[in-house]
Design a protein around this ligand. Sequence first.
Ligand code: PLP
Length: 419
Amino acid sequence: MPDPDWYTSGLPHIWLPYSQMKIAPPPLAACSTQGSQIELEDGRTLTDGVAAWWTACHGYNHPHIRACAEQQLARMPHVMFGGMVHEPALRLASRLTALLPGDLDHVFYTDSGSVAVEVALKMAIQYRINRGETGRTRLLSFKGGYHGDTLATMAICDPEEGMHHLFAGVMPSQYVVDLPRDASSIAAFEAFLATHADTITAIVVEPLIQGAGGMLFHSPDVLRTLRRAADKYGLLLILDEIFTGFGRTGSMFACDQADIVPDIITLSKALTGGTVALAATVARRHIYETFLSDNPEHALMHGPTFMANPFACACANASLDLFENEPRLEQVAALETALREQLEPCRKLPGVRDVRVMGATGVVEMEKIDDPATLRTRFIAEGAWIRPFRNIVYLTPAFTITNDELRRLTDAIHRVLSA
Ligand SMILES: *Cc1c(COP(=O)(O)O)cnc(C)c1O
């Protein structure tokens, strides 16, 4: 079937993400989605193992989200959030703060994950300024971490993955250290803080799973260690739950498993159930209170044009309805069992270094993957939308994926890695 007009005439004008455009294979043309299926213009259908970059937790086109979205679209797609508020945003703020632990009570909306992290960093820096503390402007983050693609967030990503060398001198320089996960790394972490803590405002970490850095897992103990260290040295703890939030690790939020309360949390990816961009930075009361003052300079100076977009907030409310009315976390628990069973046989395949599963995230780590693009093409030939990167092949399916669909994905992984 020939490519449609819009494809041939439009593609030369498109710049794709993370792609060397000179050699990147031509992208697939998607035309519609349903549940865990993506239909292509050429009539093929792929089973989605990625859930649209970890967002579509209820599957595509869920009728409840669609109904709420259509209603909101008819009533008020957008209105500015400066000096004006609306029901979808306020309802969502009440619901998010009720779901989040402790006194994480103050929601600042943005429109992408990277910007939600930027806002968290600005909050953490201005928190010191507003308290009259000087010299505590730096951030501490971890190797293997990923927090976004903007300049400030790149600076707290893994130095190699974030390609810090390319932007050296332009990006702020931050501390990126090993996660304190065993006796020696805990000792190194403690020693680091003993000398540098008084220059640092906050620790930033993806809790339980470092996603884009390679789906690296750590235990809830690591988060408790970080919370204790933050308390000991007077640092803020920022949890970036953009990947882990909304059930992906098995609990509604990853921090629930460690039973800790961060000072600031960032949410995005699955917030609207994969429907439309929206993000939130939620702060505890003690952070918010340092911004309350008679001094106008103590206000949080940030305000994206489309912040709290009513359409996006309505989709997020609809997504939360589904977490309340459908057995999502039970589905995640069942997925965890199924992923374990079905991916475990890969462990015996040549070149496989590790197989690990947490919640609705299944990972087959290889010694190395020479050519991820070829591997992707093989998965497509199997009818599977699976996107290997670095040295991993992973599944982050919709929580509503059927047993047959999951089986198709795990069979494809086994077949392709066996070949
Ligand atoms: C995806 C992601 C981000 C960035 O979100 P964008 O919406 O792509 O800007 C930040 N942090 C984590 C943990 C993520 O997974």
